[in-house]
Design a protein around this ligand. Sequence first.
Ligand SMILES: C[S@@+](CC[C@H](N)C(=O)[O-])C[C@H]1O[C@@H](n2cnc3c(N)ncnc32)[C@H](O)[C@@H]1O
Length: 270
Amino acid sequence: MHFQCWYLPECEAQVAALQSRLAELNVTIQPVMTEKINAKFLRLNPEMALVLDQEGLSLSAQGMKMQPNWLAEIPRLKRATLKTEMLARACQCNEKPKLLDATAGLGHDTLLMARFGANVTLVERHPVLFALLEDNHRRAMQDTYLAPIVANIHLIHADSAQYLQHLQQQQTDFDVVYLDPMFPQRDQNQNAIKKQAQVKKQMQLLHMLLPEHGEMDLGDHLLELAKAITKKVIVKRPRHAVYLNNAAPQHQWLGDACRFDGYFNHQELH
Ligand SMILES: C[S@@+](CC[C@H](N)C(=O)[O-])C[C@H]1O[C@@H](n2cnc3c(N)ncnc32)[C@H](O)[C@@H]1O
C-alpha cells in the first residue's frame, strides 16, 4: 500500500516518525511538504492521500479530509446518558465490562463505550485506519477531559478473525464483544439515515478506503468466533438490514437509523 503524504513545514519533525510507523504496518508514503493545506488545496489534489497538519494525521480524497477526531466528540460525550445512548445500554457499559470492539473503524463507538466506564480493546485491521487511530489516541491523551477515558482504550492492529481465534486458544474471555462490520452503502436505507454532513463525509471516505469488492468482507464469520470467547455479543446493523450471518438475535434495541442485535451465550466458556 502506498500513499502520498502532504505535510506542513511545522510538521517536518513528525513525518519521519510517521513514515517508520507506517512502514511497520506495511504502508509506504511519499512525503511532500506544502505551505498550506486548506479546502482549495484539497479540491486541487483530489486523489486519496494522507495529510499531516496542525490537526494531526488525516486521510483526504475528492476535496474532503477525514480523521477519527475524538476531540470533536467531547460535547456529545459530556451530554451522553444511558438513556440517550442505546449502545451503552446494550453493552451495559456502566457495569465497566471488559469489552472487545472487534471492528473499530474510527473508534467513535469505542470512545463512547469507554466514556461510560468500559475497558475497551479495539481491533482494526486496515493499516491506514489503524495509523489514524493511533495518532488520534495520542492526541486525545493530551486532553484533560479525554485522557482518563482513552487511558481505558487499548489498540490492536489485527484481523479480528485471527485475533478472536488467538484469544480462544489463550482461553481469554471478554464480558462483551461488539461488532459493527461494514455494510454495503447501497443497501442502507438512505431515508432512514439523516446523518449530519460531517458523519456522511467520514462514511464516504471510509467506504472509498475500504472497497466493497476485493478486500472487504461483511464480517458474517466474526459472529461465531466472537461467541466462543464471550457470553454477550452486540452487533450494530442499519435498522432494516439482514441479520449478521443470518442469525436471529435473542434481543434487539431499535433506533431510528440503526439497531443493536444481542446474542447471549449461557454455556460455560472453555
Ligand atoms: C463500520 S466500520 C466501524 C465503525 C465504528 N463502529 C466507529 O464507531 O467508527 C467497520 C470497521 O471494521 C473494520 N473491520 C472489518 N472487519 C474486520 C476484521 N475482520 N478485523 C478487524 N477489523 C475489521 C473495517 O476495516 C472498518 O474500519
